[in-house]
Design a protein around this ligand. Sequence first.
Ligand SMILES: [Zn+2]
Length: 281
Amino acid sequence: MIEKNLESVPLRDIEGLPIGVAREESGELVKQVSFIPWGWEEEKAIAKVKEDSRENLTMTQEITQVLIRLIKTWGPFNFQNMDMPEREIRLRNSFFGDVWTAYAKLRVEAMGELLVFAMACPNCRDRFAFEADLRDLDVFVIEAGKVEECVRRYHVAPPMRIGGEACSYIDVRPMKWEVAHNLPGDLLGSEDPRFRAMAFQDAVIGADAIETHGAVLFIEERLETLRKIDIERLSTLVDEMAAGPDLATNVKCPKCKFEYRAFGDWRYEHFFGSTSLPESR
Ligand SMILES: [Zn+2]
């Protein structure tokens, strides 16, 4: 498990969202989320979205499309009074960890908590079905009443060099869903420079030597000045502030007993499909 300063709580003990959606005027975080019942109409609407999207949607874009159709209330917002483009803007501007938690909660509410992942052991290559109880999912939470309280200041020694300036502290906040939504392919959480660039631009919002006037700290030319050691240090901090579900699970191979961490299949078709149900084995 990644070392984080954030407390982790099983999904079953989380009433709403692990961070919260900010009210526009006050910045107050509202953690409440609710869904509409998922019936035939919703099933048809989601099937149509997938059919209409010319190229295949990425996993995260699928999650966006499913959630904007099924969410009833999202923090302070009533999605039922908004059209789809507005719901999508609200969701993409929300925290990554909140969106992913909502996706897991929706699965529990619509189809139950038991979920079967198809696994392949990296040691003996045996293929097996791993049954998980989604309510046991570890979720990292941030206790904050207002959106500005989600920012954490990290003092860094020796200083980081950003755009030629020596910075002794940097401010990091949890990543927004927008980053995941815009990712090409399956780069999420990877060490691919494209993912890191987008994560830094979104989550690293300040440093003592650089006045950003509310704009992003990592404009392209500053990104290009980063040294390898600072890229790694920044990645660690962004990771530490990544609230939301721990997407990898501890798995033990039934054949060779090898224990490892596996990233399950969270794509819509599996997560909400018949193959994910225990009965279908
Ligand atoms: Zn094995």
